[in-house]
Ligand binder design. Structure first.
Ligand SMILES: Cc1ncc(COP(=O)(O)O)c(C=O)c1O
Length: 430
């Protein structure tokens, strides 16, 4: 029995594996930059970055050093009883780098926890309780965040009932436009419909509208350029807050530090996790001071939230991101990949759509371009075969037929070229 098989056998016995797919797992020994090595010594080009997490690369030296240095000083002290310098410094740094009105942060441990905090803050501040979310969205796996997740396919069945008072509106999913329109002649019906949802679906007690500036789990869906401006204008008319869920799209991933910057709109609350600390667990809910101050003592707490080791890692991570201009580089590399993928689209009919921003790229596969029948089996097959060929990519989307490329932003040109040639070969086969 090989080393990997031994680990898999133990995992089968002792891990609750609901999150694992049916593909043969990669038993990882170590990783550096954009390369993962398994326990048998096989190397993989990582084009998924632990679901968009290790943006500055696996094992980034300065991030790891900062964490070790902090771990030697202090690993934990509940951060809302004691003030810990790196945690406070990170809050200050987030106030500096996030869009201007966002100045105060609550720290948690996961993306879902950041979103939970955003929901509670929005309710407490507005004294209203309803929420509007998008179909095809994803905001986490806790009961609260699943309640605003617009995908039954994320296993919403069997575990409800969910939080009441959530209205879903149509997503800005141009390739499968819910109104069967074409952009831009559609006049952004998807955005304008938010007014109808407020007027006719809710009881007008809406605290917040939540959306991902680029939808990740829904299948990498970037809304059209005017989308958020139109929606925000409507929300302002009704005193509804805008929560930008940047858990997946933040920290340079889309070619800007935060994806909402592509849309020239300022959110009232922003949720952050994944790429914040290159894999160290920490999340943030950052907001305007007046909104943040609506929490009274005891309203919200997380024991591990704002952990100093993760905070030190996050500070180093942000420094590297900014110093090495990784957002700009992501934009450049993303353009190159999109160009190559669009060329492939010319040659391979199975590619229905290529879309994304920066290094958040989706390739939607269809059985026929006319009817856009989702090529779900082909998508998972390509993902599994890619793994065998030493390439790790994501597969998913609301229809289960989107290949996802979200590599560490430090991925090198040769690695991109190798990844694309493996991908093209497999797409051709499919
Ligand atoms: C946009 C978005 N929000 C929230 C979450 C939940 O994050 P976590 O898995 O860290 O709880 C995710 C995870 O994929 C996400 O993509």
């Amino acid at each position: 029995m090989g080393k990997a098989d031994e680990v898999v056998k133990k995992a089968d016995k002792h891990l609750i594996t609901s999150m694992l797919t049916k593909m043969q797992p990669v038993v990882i020994a170590e990783a550096k930059g954009a390369v993962i090595k398994d326990v048998n010594g096989k190397e993989y080009i990582d084009c998924f970055a632990g679901i968009s997490v290790v943006n500055v690369g696996h094992g980034q030296q300065e991030v790891v050093d900062a964490a070790i240095k902090q771990a030697r000083k202090l690993v934990h002290a509940c951060s809302y009883v004691y003030y810990i310098p790196p945690t406070i410094k990170l809050a200050e740094k987030l106030a500096e780098v996030t869009p201007s009105p966002l100045q105060k942060t609550f720290f948690g441990n996961s993306g879902a926890e950041a979103v939970e905090c955003a929901i509670k803050l929005a309710r407490k501040y507005t004294k209203k309780s309803e929420l509007i979310a998008l179909m095809c969205s994803f905001h986490g796996r806790t009961l609260g965040t699943l309640s605003i997740t617009g995908q039954a396919g994320r296993r919403k069945y069997d575990m409800g009932p969910y939080v009441p008072g959530v209205a879903f509106t149509y997503p800005p999913y141009c390739y499968r436009c819910p109104f069967e329109q074409e952009y831009p002649s559609c006049d952004l019906l998807c955005a304008r419909t938010v007014r109808d949802v407020i007027e006719y679906v809710t009881s007008k007690g809406v605290a917040a509208f939540i959306a991902e500036p680029v939808m990740g789990e829904g299948g990498i869906i970037p809304p059209p350029p005017e989308y958020f401006k139109i929606v925000k204008k409507i929300l302002d008319e009704y005193n509804i807050l805008f929560i930008a869920d940047e858990v997946q799209s933040g920290f340079g991933r889309t070619g800007k530090l935060f994806a909402i910057e592509h849309y020239d709109v300022k959110p009232d609350i922003m949720t952050l996790a994944k790429g914040i600390a290159d894999g160290f667990p920490i999340s943030a809910c950052t907001t305007r001071p007046d909104i943040g101050d609506s929490f009274e003592p005891g309203d919200h707490l997380s024991t591990f939230g704002g952990n100093p080791v993760s905070a030190a890692a996050a500070l180093a991570n942000i420094e590297v991101l900014l110093r090495d201009k990784l957002s700009e580089k992501a934009a450049e590399k993303g353009r190159y990949i999109m160009k190559r993928l669009n060329e492939m689209k010319e040659d391979h009919k199975i590619i229905g759509d290529v879309r994304g921003k920066g290094l958040m790229i989706g390739i939607e596969l269809v059985r026929d371009r006319e009817r856009k029948t989702p090529a779900k089996d082909e998508t998972t097959k390509i993902r599994d075969l890619a793994r065998e060929e030493g390439l790790l990519i994501g597969a998913g989307g609301a229809k289960g037929c989107t290949l996802r490329l979200q590599p560490p932003l430090v991925i090198e040109k040769e690695q991109i070229d190798k990844a694309l040639s493996i991908l093209e070969r497999l797409i051709k086969k499919a």
